[in-house]
Design a protein around this ligand. Structure first.
Ligand code: ZN
Length: 435
């Protein structure tokens, strides 16, 4: 039987605010001594009152705007109740039915549109560490602002999922609201996967959610593994269980963790200690004004404004710092943007080390090394041509690849640092003039 995968994603991104979501403790907990960034609020002590972090709320809304979401004027926090040792209060402050951002979308390079169901704000839990028979709790992470981004089940293959994740990571980094560093756990991925018969339109009766995945590559592998596993179950006439599974990196398989809770088991109710939030249109407009140019817009502009091929524009806009660097180089020089792009890309320039003005100087020097010595270079080329008649014959007979061999001979002879492209151009010119 042929099946179509139905895949949705829940992504958690930790914001890089200075302080935590509901208290003044530092949110910069990575690598810190356990339980040093805590207070009664984030330890969940009775009577401690949460005070929402406005910066975190603004950033959550900006993520929503970048994902083309609607921003409702009324929103509130809710309590999600469950018992687990990493949650001292016995509930997590999250958002249930009235999140900050709703109904967005993101476009992939193949033209497909992925629906964004919602973007909401919540607090991170503490971290459990297991040492031998003991389990230890570190509350430094407890209460760190966490944004959850939920998609519609619009994906049908792992490659599209990967592109979406890369785009999302790029967007939050452009917004400068999160590091989204997978290795540090700043960005956590939970795909849900099910299969339906190829000709069916409605959603499958079950859903398998996979947790604990810490790289984009593993998400792809997880999805492919689940597609195979679920196909076998369906082919045998059974229905895969509705459950949460984990990803085992060593064995490269998923394994059952627990059967899935329904939302009503969390007994959500409005957070009584935080008043609901009301936006007015002008404050939302203010936030919109703070938004930087986003990756897709920058990519288009680079192609148009600097007349760059998409390949170059993509590399240069992958990270905002690189895009800014390129534009600075263009600004401080009279060089063609394309030649600057070539130099940065081909030489793999470390933008931390070479200032834009320095880079421009380097480019000019690299083109001058050859032109200054045009005469002597011409001589060397003549010599190389006369010494390598076989290669010259080959070239004239259409074997264009030998040109690089001849370029190499010239470089060897000249003992100077030459720009290979210039040598190549001169060589071809000479060869053609010989008829
Ligand atoms: Zn605290």
């Amino acid at each position: 039987m042929k099946y179509t995968p139905v895949i949705g994603l829940e992504i958690h991104v930790e914001l890089k605010t200075k302080s935590k979501m509901f208290c003044g403790c530092s949110a910069d907990y990575f690598g810190q001594k356990p339980n040093t960034h805590t207070c009664p609020v984030c330890l969940g002590l009775p009577g401690a009152l949460p005070v929402p972090n406005q910066q975190a709320i603004d950033w959550c809304v900006m993520i929503g705007m970048a994902l083309n979401c609607e921003i409702p004027l009324f929103s509130k926090f809710d309590r999600k109740n469950y018992f687990y040792p990493d949650l001292a209060k016995g509930y997590q402050i999250s958002q249930y039915d009235q999140p900050f951002c709703l109904k967005g979308s993101i476009k992939l390079s193949n033209g497909k549109t992925i629906g964004i169901t919602r973007v909401h704000m919540e607090e991170d839990t503490a971290k459990l560490m297991h040492e031998g028979k003991d389990s230890l709790v570190d509350f430094n992470r407890s209460g760190v602002p966490l944004v959850e981004i939920v998609t519609e089940p619009d994906f049908d293959n792992a490659a599209d999922v990967k592109e979406y994740l890369q785009k999302l990571q790029q967007i939050v980094r452009y917004l400068n609201v999160a590091n989204a560093d997978m290795e540090k756990g700043d960005m956590r991925l939970e795909p849900n996967i099910s299969l339906r018969k190829e000709d069916e339109k409605y959603l499958p009766k079950y859903k398998v959610e996979v947790k604990n995945i810490n790289s984009f590559r593993f998400v792809e592998k997880t999805i492919e593994y689940e597609i195979t596993r679920q196909t076998e179950i369906l082919d045998s006439g059974k229905l895969p269980a509705q459950e949460t599974r984990g990803w085992d990196e060593k064995k490269q398989i998923t394994y059952s963790q627990r059967t899935k809770e329904e939302a009503n088991e969390y007994r959500y109710f409005p957070e009584p200690d935080i008043p609901p939030l009301r936006w007015n249109k002008s404050s939302i407009r203010q936030l919109a004004k703070q938004m930087p140019e986003l990756p897709d817009a920058k990519l288009k502009r680079f192609q148009k404004e600097y007349d760059l091929p998409i390949y170059d524009a993509e590399i240069l806009t992958r990270e905002k710092s690189m895009a800014d660097y390129f534009e600075e180089c263009v600004k401080v020089s009279t060089l063609q943007p394309k030649s600057i792009a070539n130099y940065i890309i081909n030489k793999k320039i470390n933008i931390e080390e070479v200032l834009p003005a320095m880079l421009v100087k380097q480019i000019i020097q690299s083109t001058q090394t050859a032109t200054v010595d045009d005469e002597s270079l011409g001589k060397i080329i003549d010599e190389v041509i006369s010494e390598n008649q076989k290669a010259v014959e080959d070239f004239k007979n259409g074997k264009e690849t030998v040109i690089m061999f001849l370029v190499g001979q010239v470089m060897k002879k000249s003992k100077q640092k030459l720009d290979a492209n210039i040598v190549k151009t001169l060589l071809i010119k000479k060869l053609n003039s010989y008829g």
